[in-house]
Design a protein around this ligand. Sequence first.
Ligand code: HEC
Length: 121
Amino acid sequence: MAFDRNWLWVPALFFAGALLYSLYLAAMSVIDSYGARQGAALYQAHCTACHGNALEGQTGWQFGSFAAQGWRAPPLTAAGHAWMHDDKALFQHVKNGASGSPMPGFGEKLSDLTFPKWPAA
Ligand code: HEC
């Protein structure tokens, strides 16, 4: 069968698609790592004092997440119980704090620009 140039658009389209897709993936990974670094910096600045450098929480948190036991911050890893709450509840916890507990509300300090996904309320 003779080579027919009229069909070159097929592989050309395929390679153009593959190129665009890999550019898209590269852009997304840059954006993701930027977001993760920003989040880590915010955490370092505002949360480590109580929740620890490695999200480990305060010693004895299992026995002290209540006022009567002297409030200790729970870990924010799978070892704690943050994973039991949905995103909306977690956002609201960080935005409004927990009244009566040392967990402060960050709604004033961290603007809607920092957290564009603050839920209403
Ligand atoms: C002054 C100490 C303190 C600081 C600072 C602090 N927290 Fe907390 N945090 C607590 C305590 C104590 C609790 C447990 C009581 C409660 O549920 O509110 C808690 C609870 C939480 C919970 C709920 C965890 C769960 O398993 O239910 C989340 C999420 C959380 N904090 C996130 C943060 C984030 C994010 C920051 C920083 C922006 C932060 N905290 C800063 C003391 C603190």
